[in-house]
Design a protein around this ligand. Sequence first.
Ligand code: SF4
Ligand code: SF4
Length: 192
Amino acid sequence: MPIPGSGLAKGLAVTLRTMTKKTVTAQYPDVQPELPPRSRGVIGLFEENCTVCMLCARECPDWCIYIDSHKETVPAAAPGGRERSRNVLDRFAIDFSLCMYCGICIEVCPFDALFWSPEFEYAETDIHELTHERDKLREWMWTVPEPPALDAKAEEPKEIAAARKAAEKAAEKAAAEAAAAAAEAQAQEEQQ
Ligand code: SF4
Ligand code: SF4
């Protein structure tokens, strides 16, 4: 038979335990939450990098990326050269009412034009307004956090290694030319 009042004592113990614990209630929207750096909020577009290759739109499992473009002719860089044509972006929109945040578009973009932003305050009362156009996607680009620093022991990225080697080669060439010029000047001085 339960001791009279034991239920009350148990209840009070739970209350006391809870009162002394740190509260986990988030005071949003008065206090912004601290999100993990790789949070998937929205997708930002860095349109300068976009070549309108259409890979993201083709790979999106929800077909919720809409891209329009037109071709422009770029005149030859030098006389006698060949004209080139390039794609110019007219529209880039993502329908976030369909997007399932899989990240495939970001993974497949070969030109680093799409990024995850932790921004999450884009609720709308009308579902049609969840299709966001390039201006909005560009605005979100500025909320993308910086990539984490490389591991100190990580292999040097190929692009940086190639750029460093090219710079070293150019510096060696310049030093050799300067040394040759100095030697020639000295030889001329000795002849006089
Ligand atoms: S995150 Fe996935 S579903 Fe959303 S736009 Fe990119 S590919 Fe499509
Ligand atoms: S995959 Fe990248 S470069 Fe190609 S259209 Fe999409 S955003 Fe632009």
